[in-house]
Write a protein that binds this ligand. Structure first.
Ligand SMILES: [Zn+2]
Length: 626
């Protein structure tokens, strides 16, 4: 009960801040109040809005040119090349227009002009997609031997650069159906998205979680946003009430949600069988050319290395002074937030110092990016919330932040700049066709930077409180991004396998499976309530099948890479730069091999489990000497 004081005091502070915001000096600044050094330079894309309008008109006029290639893509090497080049130039102009409009909108969402420009851009993008829809099917239809002739045609040398992309499109030949069947499949897609749409409407619009008493004893309607905060409450009663209210809401609709998930899994089975894949998993991974063994390897290796997570559960129970550790005890911070103020200038300095192991080439460009209008740093009135990395290949990357001087913000800077540097090196090196990168590798450069930063910070002479806070942050990141997402990935794999084996995928069967996984991952020290069984039914990501495993694999790859960089130095740095420069010029698994991690092997997964174990050792030492 003595804990009640702190949150009550916090509430007073918040309402005071709210008052101040409405009245005067502490209010969120206007953009015009911010020093230009801390604002992004969107003029690098278009000097004026009129220049944007002119380019928009130019793109509109270019679109009909692609219709000339319809039915003719495979006619000759020259025709194929011309179609590819037109597509690339349309894409580049579209990307620049789209980036400018959406970033102008995001810097102040209250300006109708920029809302309008983004809306117009969305419409134009849809027209671009529709105008080019014939392209891929026509490439698939080219006989491989004939395509090889095209690629070797000395009179059309420009085609050679497209070899990897053309191989990638042709690779799926065996899974493309005759024209009429493809049309039927395309027409079924809207109907097939019903399970996800129903879940989303239920989950976001209809479901209510009732009212609980907050930290101060006042009534509070539970929402998903508040749920996350309740689980971090130092007051166990609040955590338990929130957990019970949330999970019993889903439990009441267990059969409905079971039927919904069953339909979702059956959809995957339908498409994978229609396309002649061996399994739903294979059908889902094949578009990115990820071998099924990568997924299986993740699940298998994590299962062989659950001991550190079991130990974490046991230590958490001990450190929190609990007789039994419940699911609602997993999220509350082990140490209170270290109150450190990290102004942006200090964050820049620390991030640069943390990334020093990446070498001079990386650092010089990183610092140039920090100083040359890539970043929009501070919150201003009307600015969109959160953080992201964007930009366009013909200009440079951009980062949006809402920097508010917290340690969390410092990590966000390292993370988003990681994405931006990945884009920068890829854009500088690759032709437009390979200027993107696959989702499978997208979070490697960002989480890799975070890993280097935290390793650097932990080496500094910190006071014990701050060190323990950082260790807790690191442990929780590995638990939630790596272990928990692998648990989800295994749940997806097992449910699809059950359906493929003809077993009924009922709510009851899924409750049982989820409970078994939950207990297996966390070990005997986690005391599962019956309500924990229903957690699967509130995970929206399951409606984007076989997606979450990439959080775990990206995290493992980033951990392994950052360790190689710290341990091996230059050779590892060179390989890492080659990875950053590769973009989509090769398949994601091969691109990561270039960097020195082979995601078909247990090593990077084991390295992450090992890291978790070492962090736990250090935390235990600090805890014992408290
Ligand atoms: Zn990210």
């Amino acid at each position: 009960m003595k804990r009640l004081l702190a949150p009550a005091a916090l509430l007073v502070l918040i309402s005071w801040a709210g008052l101040a915001a409405a009245q005067g000096p502490a209010k969120v600044p206007q953009r015009s109040d911010i020093d230009p050094r801390y604002k992004w330079k969107l003029e690098d894309m278009y000097p004026t809005d009129d220049a944007w309008q002119a380019d928009f008109k130019r793109l509109e006029e270019m679109i009909p040119r692609s219709a000339a290639f319809k039915g003719k893509v495979g006619e000759s090497a020259a025709s194929l090349l011309a179609a590819l080049q037109l597509r690339d130039s349309l894409g580049l102009v579209g990307s620049r227009l789209g980036s400018y409009a959406s970033m102008r909108r995001d810097q102040d969402t209250r300006v109708p002009k920029y809302q309008g420009m983004s809306d117009r851009m969305m419409g134009l993008n849809a027209r671009l997609r529709a105008a080019g829809a014939f392209f891929e099917p026509e490439v698939v239809a080219i006989e491989p031997a004939r395509l090889e002739q095209f690629l070797k045609d000395p009179s059309v040398p420009g085609l050679a650069v497209y070899r990897h992309e053309l191989d990638d499109i042709q690779r799926t030949r065996a899974h493309v159906l005759p024209k009429e069947e493809e049309e039927l499949l395309a027409r079924s897609s809207e109907m097939a998205s019903a399970s996800g749409a129903i879940f989303s409407a239920f989950n976001n619009a209809d479901l209510r979680f009732g009212t609980i008493k907050d930290d101060t004893g006042a009534d509070m309607e539970l929402t998903k946003g508040r749920f996350a905060r309740c689980l971090e409450s130092p007051d166990r009663r609040v955590r338990r009430d929130a957990f019970w209210a949330m999970n019993s809401a889903y439990a009441r609709f267990n059969n409905t949600l079971g039927a919904c998930m069953n339909a979702n899994v059956k959809r995957d089975l339908f498409y994978s069988r229609a396309r002649k894949y061996g399994s739903a998993l294979e059908g889902s991974l094949d578009p990115s050319n990820i071998p099924v063994s990568v997924y299986q390897n993740l699940v298998k290796t994590v299962n062989a290395n659950l001991a550190p997570l079991h130990r974490y559960a046991a230590l958490r129970k001990k450190w929190m002074g609990l007789d039994t550790l419940k699911v609602y005890d997993l999220y509350t911070p082990l140490v209170p937030a270290a109150k450190v103020d990290v102004p942006f200038e200090l964050a820049k300095k620390e991030v640069v110092a943390g990334l020093k192991p990446l070498g001079d080439t990386y650092l010089a460009q990183f610092q140039k990016g920090l100083e040359s209008g890539w970043i929009d740093v501070y919150e201003t009135q009307g600015k969109t919330s959160g953080a992201y990395s964007g930009g366009t290949p013909t200009v440079h990357p951009y980062v949006l932040l809402n920097y508010s001087n917290t340690l969390e913000d410092e990590f966000t800077l390292a993370h988003e700049m990681g994405h931006s540097m990945h884009s920068f090196f890829t854009w500088k090196t690759q032709p437009p066709v390979y200027a993107g990168y696959s989702l499978f590798v997208a979070e490697v450069a960002s989480t890799g930077n975070e890993a280097l930063l935290i390793n650097y910070l932990l080496k500094q002479p910190l006071d014990k409180q701050r060190r323990m806070f950082l260790l807790n942050h690191y442990l929780e990141q590995i638990r939630t991004t790596f272990y928990r997402q692998t648990l989800f990935a295994e749940f997806e794999m097992r449910t699809h396998e059950m359906a493929e084996a003809g077993q009924p995928l009922t709510a009851e069967a899924m409750n049982k499976l989820y409970r078994e996984l939950f207990q297996r991952y966390y070990g005997p020290d986690l005391d599962l309530d019956s309500l924990a069984d229903y957690e699967w039914s509130r995970v929206p990501h399951f409606y984007r099948s076989f997606y979450v495993y990439q959080y775990a694999t990206s995290y493992a790859a980033a951990t392994a890479l950052s360790q190689k960089i710290l341990n091996e130095g230059q050779p590892a740095v060179d390989r890492y730069l080659a990875f950053l420069k590769a973009g989509n010029s090769a398949y994601p698994i091969d691109v990561l091999k270039t960097a020195g991690v082979d995601m078909t092997t247990p090593a990077p997964i084991e390295a992450t489990c090992q890291k978790f174990s070492e962090l736990l050792d250090e935390m235990e030492k600090l805890w014992e000497s408290k």
